[in-house]
Ligand binder design. Structure first.
Ligand code: FAD
Length: 531
C-alpha cells in the first residue's frame, strides 16, 4: 500500500466500499486526488457480492427501450474483459425458443406489440427475439466476442439437458465477472495509488462546516474525525439513509430496494454455456456454470422491506427458481439439489415505476452544491461501474481543477496484465513452475490472481512450503496475501468474497480459518489515521 503522507484535508471522502465506491476511489486517486473511503463492513459485503456476476448489456432492457444503458454496457464489456482477463471471461448464452414465451405486459415493447399484433396475446415472437439479438450484436462495437447464431437443440449438446419440446435456440455472447473480487481489486489498486481504504468503519455523521465536510467514523479503533472538500455517497441500498441520517439533508430523491435471490445447485449439465430461460410470466432467469462443480440460477425480483443487510432468499423465492428452471431442464431441479443461496438488494433510483422488474436499471448521479459538494450515487450495474466512476469524476471536475483526465479504460487491474485469451498459457506455466499444483488448484489461482499467482506462491517447492492447509486448496500463503493486499479480515471475507471456497469447505475448516486470521499479525483493514 502507498506510504504517501496523508493531507490534512482530503479531496474526496467516499462512503461505501461496494463496486461504485471502490471504482470511484480508484479513478479519483489515479487522477491525483487524495481519497479516503470508509466501508462499514467488508468490501463488497452487500449488493456487490450478490449479483448474477455478468458483464452484460442487459438483453431484456431492450424491451424497456433503455438503449443508452444497453449500448454503454455493451461497449464496456470488452474494455473490462481486456483490463481483467483473470476475473472476467466471455460466455455464450443459449436462449431456447418456445412459442409460449410472453412479455411482461407493461414494457414499452409489450404495449406496442399488444397494439400492433393483438392476436399474439403477449407472446414473444421469434423474429422479435432475433431482432433484439441483432441490435445486441451491433449496438456496442463488438470486436472480441463472437456474434449470435442459431442452434438446433436436437443436435447441439446444449439441447441434451433440456426437455425435448425445445428444438431451437439462439446463442449470443456476454461476459462473466467475479463481482466481489472486482471490488477488492479496485480497492487495492486505489490504495496502491495512495487512497486510504478503511474497512469495518462506519460513517456516523457528515456535516458541512466552513466550506468543507466534517466526517465522523466509528471503526475498530474507535471514533475518528476527517475533513474533506467533497463527499461521495456510494452507500448502495443505504444511499437514502446516508442522505437523511448521516448527512441529515432533506431530499425528495429516494431509492427503491428490489431484492434479487439466487440458488446454487449441484452441477446440472456438462458444458460451459449459460442458459437464458424466458418464463410465461414475462420474467427471465439464467442458469450459469459455476465454480466448476455447480450451477447458479437466478434471479428473482421482489420489492424489499427491512434492512438491506437482512436480505435472504426466502423459501418462496427458492421454489420459484426451482419451478422456473424445471420448466426447461429434462430432469426437474429440486430442493435436494440446492447447496447454497444468496440474496442482494438492488438500490434503484426511485422513478415511480410500477413493477420491480420495470424500475430503471440506469444509474443517476445527483450533485448537491448547497455548500461543499455532495455526490449521491443511485443505482448502477457492475458492468457500468467504470463508466459511472468517470461520470462521477466529470461532475466533480469543477471543484478540482488540478485533477487529471480519464485513464481507467486503458489500465489493467492488479493481476490482469496479460492477453484477454491468455489464461490457458498462464495456467500451464504456473503448473510447470509449481509441479505440486493440481489442475483445479492452478486454474483457481490463475482466475483469482492472474499474472500475480506465482508471486502469491513465492518460492514454494512443495505444498507444505505454503504453510497451513485450511482445506479445499486454501493455504496460509494465500490467506496472508489476501490479508496483506485485499483487506481480508475474517474467514467469510476469504471464503465467500475473495474466493468461493465456502462451497467446498466444512464449518470446522472455516472456524479454524477464523481463529487463524484473528490471531495472525496485522489484519487487512487499514488503520484510520486520525487528524
Ligand atoms: C440480484 C442482483 C443481480 C445483479 N446482477 C447484476 C449483473 O449480473 N450484472 C451487473 O452489471 N449488475 C448486476 N446487479 C447490479 C449490481 O450488483 C449493483 O448495481 C452494484 O453492486 C451496486 O454497487 P454499490 O457499490 O452501489 O452498492 P453496494 O455493493 O451495496 O455497496 C454499498 C456499500 O456501502 C456501505 N455503506 C452504506 N452505508 C455506510 C456508512 N454509513 N458507512 C460506511 N459504509 C456504508 C455498505 O456496507 C455497502 O457495502 C445485480 C444486482 C442484484 C441485486
Amino acid at each position: 500500500m502507498s506510504t504517501k503522507t496523508r493531507p490534512d484535508v482530503a479531496d474526496l471522502f467516499i462512503i461505501g466500499g461496494g463496486i461504485n465506491g471502490c471504482g470511484i476511489a480508484r479513478d479519483a486517486t489515479g487522477r491525483g486526488l487524495s481519497v479516503l473511503l470508509a466501508e462499514q463492513g467488508d468490501l463488497a459485503q452487500a449488493t456487490s457480492s450478490a449479483s448474477t456476476k455478468l458483464f452484460h448489456g442487459g438483453l431484456r432492457y431492450l424491451e424497456y427501450f433503455e438503449f443508452r444503458l444497453v449500448r454503454e454496457a455493451l461497449e464496456e464489456r470488452e474494455t473490462l474483459l481486456v483490463a481483467m482477463p483473470h476475473i472476467s471471461w466471455p460466455m455464450r448464452f443459449v436462449l431456447p425458443y418456445h412459442p409460449d414465451m410472453r412479455f411482461e405486459g407493461d414494457t414499452p415493447t409489450g404495449r406496442l406489440m399488444a397494439r400492433l399484433m393483438p392476436w399474439m396475446k403477449g407472446r414473444r415472437p421469434s423474429w422479435l427475439i432475433r431482432l433484439g439479438l441483432f441490435l445486441y450484436d451491433t449496438l456496442g462495437g463488438r470486436k472480441i466476442l463472437p456474434a449470435t447464431r442459431t442452434l438446433d437443440l436436437t443436435r447441439d449438446p446444449a439441447g441434451a439437458a433440456l426437455q425435448t419440446r425445445f428444438r431451437h435456440a439462439y446463442e449470443y455472447s456476454d461476459c462473466w465477472v467475479e463481482d466481489s473480487k472486482l471490488v477488492s481489486l479496485n480497492a487495492r489498486d486505489a490504495a496502491e495509488r495512495g487512497a486510504q481504504i478503511m474497512t469495518r468503519t462506519r460513517v456516523i455523521s457528515a456535516n458541512r462546516l466552513d466550506g468543507l465536510w466534517q466526517i465522523e467514523t466509528e471503526g475498530p479503533q474507535g471514533r475518528h474525525h476527517y475533513r474533506a472538500r467533497a463527499l461521495v455517497n456510494a452507500g448502495g441500498p443505504w444511499v437514502e439513509d446516508v442522505i437523511r441520517n448521516v448527512a441529515r439533508i432533506n431530499s425528495s430523491e429516494g431509492v427503491r430496494l428490489v431484492r434479487g435471490s439466487h440458488i446454487v445447485t449441484r452441477k446440472l449439465y456438462d458444458h460451459d454455456r449459460c442458459y437464458f430461460f424466458q418464463g410465461t410470466d414475462g420474467r427471465i432467469i439464467f442458469a450459469v456454470p459455476y465454480e466448476q462443480d455447480f450451477t447458479l440460477i437466478g434471479t428473482t425480483d421482489k420489492d424489499h422491506q427491512g434492512a438491506p443487510i437482512d436480505a435472504v432468499c426466502t423459501d418462496e423465492e427458492r421454489d420459484y427458481l426451482l419451478n422456473f428452471a424445471s420448466q426447461y431442464f429434462a430432469k426437474p431441479v429440486t430442493v435436494e439439489d440446492v447447496v447454497w443461496t444468496y440474496s442482494g438488494v438492488r438500490p434503484l433510483y426511485n422513478d415511480g415505476a410500477k413493477s420491480a422488474t420495470a424500475a430503471t436499471r440506469d444509474y443517476v448521479l445527483s450533485l448537491d452544491t448547497n455548500g461543499a459538494p455532495l455526490l449521491n450515487v443511485f443505482g448502477g450495474k457492475i458492468t457500468t461501474y467504470r463508466r459511472l466512476a468517470e461520470s462521477a469524476l466529470e461532475k466533480l471536475q469543477p471543484f478540482f481543477a488540478q485533477a487529471k483526465g480519464p485513464w481507467t479504460a486503458r489500465v489493467a487491474l492488479p493481476g490482469g496484465n496479460f492477453a484477454h485469451d491468455g489464461v490457458p498459457a498462464l495456467t500451464a506455466s504456473l503448473k510447470a513452475r509449481f509441479g505440486f499444483l493440481t489442475d483445479y488448484w492452478a486454474a483457481r489461482l490463475i482466475r483469482a490472481y492472474g499474472a500475480e499467482a506465482a508471486t502469491v506462491l513465492g518460492d514454494a517447492r512443495k505444498a507444505a512450503d505454503l504453510g497451513r492447509d485450511f482445506g479445499a486448496t486454501l493455504t496460509e500463503a494465500e490467506v496472508r496475501w489476501l490479508m496483506a493486499h485485499e483487506f481480508a479480515c475474517t474467514a467469510a471475507d476469504v471464503v465467500w468474497r475473495r474466493t468461493k471456497l465456502g462451497l467446498r469447505m466444512t464449518q470446522d475448516q472455516m472456524a479454524a480459518l477464523d481463529v487463524f486470521m484473528a490471531s495472525a499479525e496485522g489484519h487487512g483493514a487499514v488503520s484510520p489515521a486520525a487528524e
